[in-house]
Design a protein around this ligand. Structure first.
Ligand code: URA
Length: 230
């Protein structure tokens, strides 16, 4: 929704006041002063006037889920079960996913209604390590680690991946730590060697580690300490 419409929909401002507030640069969206009335306000944008939050206060929610295989990490899907179907909370439709996983990837998934928090978690500048346990079809060569550390060129995005750390655990198993979240990134990195990923499981995102007490499909609220670590 346009920012001027969002503001004038609030009971506290009329259109004239909204024009003035914007011109006086008193409105912030996600921490940045905005004077453009056309600025897009999204569902999870944080809108403030003179430092006062304008959205109705809603309790902040932070969940850790053990994503099982065979479910889509989206909040809606016409065909498949989604991670949201696993959540029982009545306000679950206000949650969004901080860092998606592929249909058959398992492991740590974080859901929240706090857009500022999830941005800190996913924005590339944060360089938060995402740690994956990987099983492959072919043996993992001794040269993989060096190539992953140097970065791989992804032609589609025209970029070179950030240095990634590979720890080889066995002939066909490894732990890979990456700081980005490009589309199918881990599969494409192993795909560079024509080595198919057969199993992929996210163990951690930065300091947040998947709780071993959570079976696939189970979730729990993050502790205050875990929330503050991001
Ligand atoms: N990389 C992938 O290829 N798939 C995932 O689900 C996550 C990272």
């Amino acid at each position: 929704m346009r920012l001027d419409r969002f503001l004038s929909n609030l009971p506290c401002f009329n259109r004239k006041q909204v024009r003035l507030l914007l011109a006086e640069r008193r409105v912030q969206v996600d921490g940045h002063t905005v004077s453009d009335p056309h600025h897009d306000v999204r569902e999870f944008s944080r809108v403030e006037c003179d430092g006062q939050l304008l959205q109705a206060a809603r309790p902040a929610r932070y969940l850790m889920l053990h994503k099982p295989k065979g479910c889509v990490s989206a909040t809606r899907d016409p065909e498949h079960k989604t991670v949201l179907d696993l959540i029982a909370a009545p306000d679950k439709h206000q949650l969004h996913i901080a860092g998606r996983l592929d249909f058959n990837t398992t492991g740590l998934m974080l859901l929240t209604n706090d857009g500022t928090w999830s941005r800190r978690l996913t924005q590339p500048q944060t360089k938060l390590a995402k740690v994956y346990y990987v099983e492959t079809e072919q043996d993992i060569g001794p040269h993989y680690a060096q190539i992953f550390a140097a970065g791989l060129y992804f032609a589609f995005e025209n970029l070179t991946t950030q240095p990634a750390e590979l720890q080889v655990l066995g002939p066909r198993t490894a732990r890979l730590s990456i700081v980005e979240g490009r589309y199918h990134q881990v599969k494409r990195m192993f795909g560079h060697f024509d080595n198919k990923v057969l199993r992929l499981h996210r163990e951690a995102m930065g300091p947040l580690v998947l709780d071993p007490a959570l079976a696939p499909g189970q979730y729990r609220a993050l502790t205050p300490d875990e929330i503050q670590q991001i």
